[in-house]
Design a protein. Structure first.
Ligand code: TPP
Ligand code: MG
Length: 554
């Protein structure tokens, strides 16, 4: 046992749990932590200039690394600022230990500036929220937090750190990290049932989800699709790459329009939902996206998702990759010659209209609009899809401007694409910072709407400060185009109050330059490819503002 300050124990415990970056924004209540950091240089502090940005950077890091990540924010107002980003992290399942400095116990009782109990604030959005009340409890709390965050369903946890605990000194045993192996698979009996269920289906379809990308199980999912000749759709929320787009059975992403999804699934009698959310939608519709004849089998490590909205004929809470490893030989062994022939015939017909075919058409159509001014979003996406290097990470938060992207961007590895997980804006710019830190060998291209950019704009500074290889592409349509479109389509109203950003126009080039990025403005599609290539090749932070059509006449 060693004599340690609470502050030192805290950073040592993060280090012992394998944490390499502490994303943070310091205030007075975090001073003990800032004092301890120089003694633990392995733990790199990454400064974010607003707490929502701090947490979004941590979320990006966790999503692109799959590793335990730490973030620290400043008491109640800082935690409040971070709540939108915490909501995003919850939906991404990001294993983040979020901490906040807190006023000294007892002092808080007198309600000084900045005091508010913190754990109840964070509790609704995290797996576990607590306050450390004695220095001796720090190791137990920290190790438990790490275990809880990393055990499926993974997700953020919150710890409040009062100043008196951080500044106390005691003989502390720092203990050891524990890891729970959750790579479990269903019983042999359940696997046999699933195999028969899949083999009996006449028109099976696979919905591929985020867990496949997270677990590096894209190859196994492709083998499954091949074996059964079933078309594959990516789940309706674009968390991340969930299937290899060039695979001949890949059909594209499901939309979040209930009637469209239903039309797709109408053709199928069996829906295998693999590591995915079953049809998470966005806006209300009276249409059920799952048609009644479609029976469901659902496999996920997130038990809450199983049979959540739709009954499942077969469901298991298990590791998708391990389950596929065990399922494939069972399927091969049980598949009859007749079933093999059926699978082959199904695969043949899917090939004719698969994603690759659709992509060619979409790209051709977009190229034919290359002279349209302002640039249509499809042209922007086509140029991106053609010129972003294959090993890059593409991250999108661009609403209407990224709608054409999933139909165009080839995804050839599990980090190829990340999207907006929860619907909460503000992830794009700072999330790219975290992703770049997590995957330093991959250039990051972040396509962000001009409106979305303003929810996390401070992230540009951290990208510049750390000289990260990120190319921000800002789709500048001078407003909230998606909200306007919805006002028209849902409410029948075209009086746009509070949806324009054209008086004054925001100059993202100057904004980026003021924070230390190189930046340029593109209005002509012919110049975009070169700007993109220059930006990526620079190996540093840069921003391209692209003027795109706003859909309402300019
Ligand atoms: C935190 C948060 N605030 C507000 C919204 C509502 N919202 C959804 S899309 C959107 C507009 C986004 O504008 P932009 O990024 O420019 O994309 P565009 O609609 O122009 O394509 C807004 C304000 C939200 N989803 N999240
Ligand atoms: Mg916009």
């Amino acid at each position: 046992m060693t004599m340690l300050f609470g502050r030192q124990a805290f950073v040592d415990l993060l280090h012992s749990e394998g944490v390499t970056h502490l994303f943070g924004n310091p205030g007075t209540t975090e001073l003990p932590i800032m004092q301890a950091l120089p003694q633990r240089p392995e733990l790199r502090f990454v400064l974010g200039l607003q707490e929502s940005v701090v947490l979004a950077m941590a979320d990006g890091y966790a999503r692109a690394s799959g590793r335990l990540t730490a973030a620290n924010v400043h008491v109640a107002p800082g935690l409040g600022n971070a709540m939108g980003a915490l909501y995003n992290a919850k939906f991404s399942g990001s294993p983040i230990i979020l901490t906040a400095g807190q006023q000294e116990q007892g002092h808080g009782l007198q309600e000084p500036l900045l005091y508010e109990p913190l754990a109840p604030l964070a509790a609704p959005l995290v797996k576990w929220a607590t306050e450390v009340t004695r220095i001796e409890d720090l190791p137990r709390v920290m190790h438990r937090a790490a275990k809880v965050a990393l055990t499926p369903p993974t997700g953020p946890v919150f710890i409040s750190l009062p100043g008196d605990v951080l500044n106390a000194q005691a003989e502390i045993d720092l203990g050891q990290p524990s890891r729970v192996d959750a790579r479990v698979r269903p019983s042999d009996e359940a696997l046999a049932q699933l195999a028969e269920w899949l083999l009996q289906a006449r028109h099976p379809v696979l919905i591929a989800g985020q867990e496949l990308g997270r677990q590096g199980a894209l190859g196994l999912a492709a083998e499954l699709a091949d074996l059964l000749g079933m078309p594959v759709y990516q789940e309706s929320v674009p968390y991340r790459t969930a299937f290899l787009t060039d695979h001949p059975l890949y059909m594209g992403m499901l939309t979040r329009v209930q009637a469209q999804v239903r039309q797709v699934l109408e053709l199928h009698d069996a829906v295998f939902c693999l590591g995915a959310d079953l049809l998470r939608m966005s806006v209300y519709s009276p249409v059920d996206p799952l048609p009644p004849q479609a029976r469901v089998a659902h496999l996920s490590e997130r038990s809450w998702e199983l049979a959540k909205n739709h009954p499942a004929q077969w469901a298991a809470c298990a590791h998708v990759g391990e389950t596929l490893q065990a399922l494939l030989p069972v399927l091969r062994q049980r598949q009859t010659d007749a079933q093999r022939q059926q699978a082959k015939a199904r695969a043949e017909s899917v090939r004719r209209s698969n994603w690759t075919q659709q992509r060619e058409q979409a790209m051709r159509l977009a190229r034919s609009h290359a002279d349209t001014r302002p640039m249509p979003a499809a042209v922007l996406c086509q140029v991106l899809a053609e010129h972003v290097p294959a090993h890059a990470i593409v991250l999108e938060e661009a609403l209407t401007s990224s709608q054409p992207l999933p139909a165009m961007l080839r995804q050839t590895h599990s980090q190829a694409f990340f999207g907006l997980a929860s619907g909460g804006l503000g992830f794009g710019i700072p999330g790219a910072v975290g992703m770049s830190l997590a995957q330093p060998d991959r250039p990051v291209v972040a396509l962000v709407g001009d409106g979305s950019a303003m929810y996390g704009i401070q992230g540009l500074w951290t990208a510049a400060h750390l000289k990260l290889p990120i190319t921000y592409v800002i789709a500048q349509n001078q407003g909230y185009r998606i909200i306007k479109e919805r006002l028209v389509s849902m409410q029948g109203c075209d009086q746009f109050i509070g949806m324009d950003m054209n008086d004054p126009v925001i100059d993202h080039v100057l904004m980026a330059q003021s924070m230390g990025l190189s930046a340029c403005r593109i209005t002509d599609p012919a110049d975009l490819a070169a700007a993109l290539q220059r930006g990526v090749a620079s190996g540093g932070p840069n921003l391209i503002e692209v003027r795109v059509a706003n859909g309402f006449g300019n």
